[in-house]
Design a protein around this ligand. Structure first.
Ligand code: AHG
Ligand code: MN
Ligand code: MN
Length: 341
């Protein structure tokens, strides 16, 4: 029979995770299970997002999160779904979430892992049918197994991540993750209810011609960023800004580009959260051959001092991130020279 009549459907996420586990002879399978728990919650959240508009899940929830941001109903739903999946899975002893004031103890004292999560990223785009996402980081606990997870477990710098990923709920839904051995992307096939490997070994171009930045804050950007933006314009780059970090990052990862969220008058330390957003994407960017900086140094080496800490973020193609840093450092040098005189 003609083979084309029955082409294989491909590698499911579950099988891929299982196969990868065999690459680590001493792995016990807990991390694999944890990744599967996240994938399950992502499928449920995907279902809720797809039905938004038909059922009453759009709009504001009527409360603010700890960061003073208006929570959307889907922010709350996604938060509940991920926390429940992680709690039921049993591998995680503590969770920190953008939507929760404090550390969440799951009650799984034997769980070896900590998860940091932005359950729904890009919430201002929920009501208008524009791509949104989920971002997660996984750390191994430093406290003793058998006890409750601690703040110290949660406040590790990004170099300690053992896995990180994101889900983009877009024109198709994708899950992209790394365990520190490259980056792989999976596309959701809704009729089968499975993620299939669609983007093996993702590598980001060294450079590109896309810059992504909300230029509404331009007047209060650091001079170095303003100069870089002029450089982009002088060189005919394309400006592309969705306003959902995951989606902007995902596009730039594939096409080559740089995403910039600098400090502004409204957000003097930048807007994006180090533990829920910056670290995970920095790990993925680096694993794909890109870079992530706060303008002065590597995102993943920043020592967290508080759960909801923010940071400026410059992330994407390596040469473009280097260029932005160059512009920023040139400005610092100029200011130093002026103060010295
Ligand atoms: P969240 O919805 O998780 O609070 O994140 C929103 C973030 C990020 O997704 C996006 O890149 C950025 O906020 C957009 O901010 P501006 O509206 O200031 O551009
Ligand atoms: Mn976010
Ligand atoms: Mn969010």
């Amino acid at each position: 029979m003609n083979d084309k009549l029955a082409l294989p459907v491909g590698t499911t996420l579950d099988r891929f995770i299982m196969r990868k586990q065999e690459d680590f002879p001493f792995a016990t399978g807990e991390l694999s299970q944890l990744l599967r728990d996240i994938a399950l919650a992502a499928k449920i959240v995907n279902r809720e997002i797809n039905r938004a508009g038909l059922i009453d899940v759009t709009g504001a929830y009527g409360q603010q999160n700890v960061q003073g941001e208006e929570q959307q109903k889907l922010d709350v739903i996604a938060n509940i779904r991920f926390i429940r999946a992680l709690r039921n899975g049993g591998e995680v002893c503590a969770i920190i979430s953008e939507e929760e004031d404090e550390i969440i103890h799951t009650g799984n004292l034997k769980g070896k892992y900590i998860v940091a999560i932005d359950p729904l990223d890009g919430s201002s785009n929920i009501d208008v049918n524009v791509s949104i996402g989920t971002i997660f980081s996984i750390y191994r606990r430093v406290s003793e197994v058998g006890t409750e997870g601690t703040m110290e477990d949660c406040m590790q710098n990004g170099t300690h991540q053992i896995a990180a990923g994101y889900v983009v709920y877009g024109s198709s839904t994708m899950l992209v993750y790394t365990t520190g051995h490259g980056v792989n992307g999976f596309t959701y096939e809704p009729s089968l209810g499975e993620f299939f490997l669609s983007h093996p070994n993702m590598c980001t171009p060294k450079t590109g011609t896309i810059y992504s930045c909300n230029e509404g804050g331009y007047n209060s950007f650091p001079e170095g960023i303003k100069n870089y933006l002029s450089y982009c314009k002088e060189n005919g780059y394309s400006g592309r800004y969705i306003g959902s970090l995951v989606s902007d990052f995902h596009r730039n990862l594939i096409k080559g580009g740089v995403y910039i969220y600098p400090s502004t008058a409204k957000a003097p330390n930048g807007k994006l959260r180090l533990l829920y957003e910056c670290n995970a994407l920095a790990f993925i960017a680096e694993q794909a051959g890109g870079k992530a900086s706060n303008g002065k140094g590597r995102i993943m080496e920043m020592e967290p001092t508080e759960l909801h800490q923010r940071s400026p973020l410059i992330i994407g193609s390596a040469e473009m991130v280097d260029k932005v840093e160059e512009f920023m450092k040139a400005e610092v040098k100029k200011t130093e020279a002026v103060t010295a005189n």
